[in-house]
Write a protein that binds this ligand. Structure first.
Ligand code: PHE
Length: 344
């Protein structure tokens, strides 16, 4: 025991005398004294040879020794940090500009989706989301599109081979179905999300795009409410000068149905390629929710009425930022994407 204590004293003197001015020397100190096979570990290992009655006292000696080695290490580390090796660091010009870290930008579709969502939020619409892989019922059946209904042709989609009862949703009406399934009127939601169609990819069509559909069900909801809501939306989105018109249309889930056009902002309705020289561009489909749809969810169609609408985010983005090719949205070309830097 005496010999052991003396030995530790000797080590201490040895260590105290160490001088290390370079980072390499500091590292070899660390390895020699503090490393996993270093002196400290070896000395600690002596504990098992110490008789029980001395263990406590020896433990204290060991602890002090450990602190001693660590303190020394810190000291030489600091010294080396300011030593000759690092002289060049001391001359470092801290006023130099930092290295450039490119930051991403929001995707234009995200930007436009957020704008649309916030407009409807001011009208009290809640946001609902649902799965992109759907079953036939929520996407078609519940929406008054029974099997073999010819209107299904307009929304051909992709089926999941493991289970053909599953498909990629063709519209976010499927989310509206899920809302009607789980909530009681009054219902006021918008459903943003990605949807899929089996289309050949071109500048004007893609196999997926983004929608925002809206649904409002309550007592005494009328077509006037639909018109006013959508008129408010386009004015907020495109400015107060925009004009709207409704054209009769057909959707199996609404009756009556209407397509809404806005005056062409690109040519100020004088006639251009975008409006196909008509002065008007179609931006959404809408209508009064078909009683069959309400009844599918046990909503009393004699008591409640509602309106629904669906718009394509790509379309709105095209009009707002004059994007003329749908493929640009998913090509990930930085030259396209960085044009939206700073657009929130
Ligand atoms: N679900 C329709 C579509 O995707 C859009 C729509 C929604 C039309 C609600 C009318 C009412 O084409």
């Amino acid at each position: 025991m005496e010999a052991l204590l003396q030995q530790i004293e000797n080590y201490k003197q040895e260590i105290a005398a160490v001088e290390a001015s370079t980072l390499e020397a500091v590292e070899s100190f660390r390895i020699q004294y503090l490393g996993s096979k270093g002196l400290l570990k070896t000395v600690m290992g002596e504990m098992k040879n110490v008789p029980n009655e001395h263990k406590r006292a020896f433990g204290q000696v060991l602890n002090e020794f450990k602190q001693f080695v660590e303190a020394k290490f810190e000291l030489i580390q600091q010294a080396a940090g300011g030593g000759t090796d690092n002289a060049k660091d001391n001359n470092f010009d801290w006023s130099l500009p930092g290295s450039f870290v490119p930051v991403g930008t929001r995707h234009p579709l995200t930007v436009v989706r957020n704008q649309i969502v916030s407009i409807f939020k001011t009208l009290g619409f809640a946001i609902a989301e649902g799965p992109e892989i759907e079953d036939d019922w929520h996407n078609f059946g519940a929406m008054n599109l029974p099997e073999d209904h010819p209107a299904r042709d307009m929304q051909d989609t992709f089926y999941i081979s493991q289970n053909p009862a599953w498909l990629l949703r063709t519209h976010t009406s499927s989310t509206q179905a899920r809302v009607m399934e789980s909530q009681k009127p009054p219902i006021r939601v918008i459903c943003p999300g990605r949807v899929y169609r089996n289309e050949t990819i071109s500048a004007r069509a893609h196999c997926f795009f983004h929608q925002i559909e809206g649904l409002y069900i309550d007592e005494n909801v009328s077509f006037a409410d639909l018109k006013q809501t959508l008129y408010f939306f386009v004015q907020e989105m495109f400015g107060k000068d925009v004009r709207v018109r409704f054209r009769p249309s057909y959707f199996p889930f609404t009756e009556p149905s209407a397509e809404m056009d806005i005056s062409c902002l690109i040519c100020d309705s004088k006639g251009c390629n975008v409006c196909k020289h008509t002065g008007w561009v179609e931006i959404l489909g809408s209508g009064m929710v078909h009683p069959n749809v309400l009844e599918n969810f046990s909503i009393d169609s004699n008591k409640y009425t509602g309106f629904a609408f669906g718009l394509g985010v790509e379309r709105i983005c095209q009009l707002k930022y004059q994007v003329n090719d749908l493929r640009l949205y998913s090509q990930n070309d930085v030259r396209f994407l960085k044009q939206f830097t700073g657009v929130m």
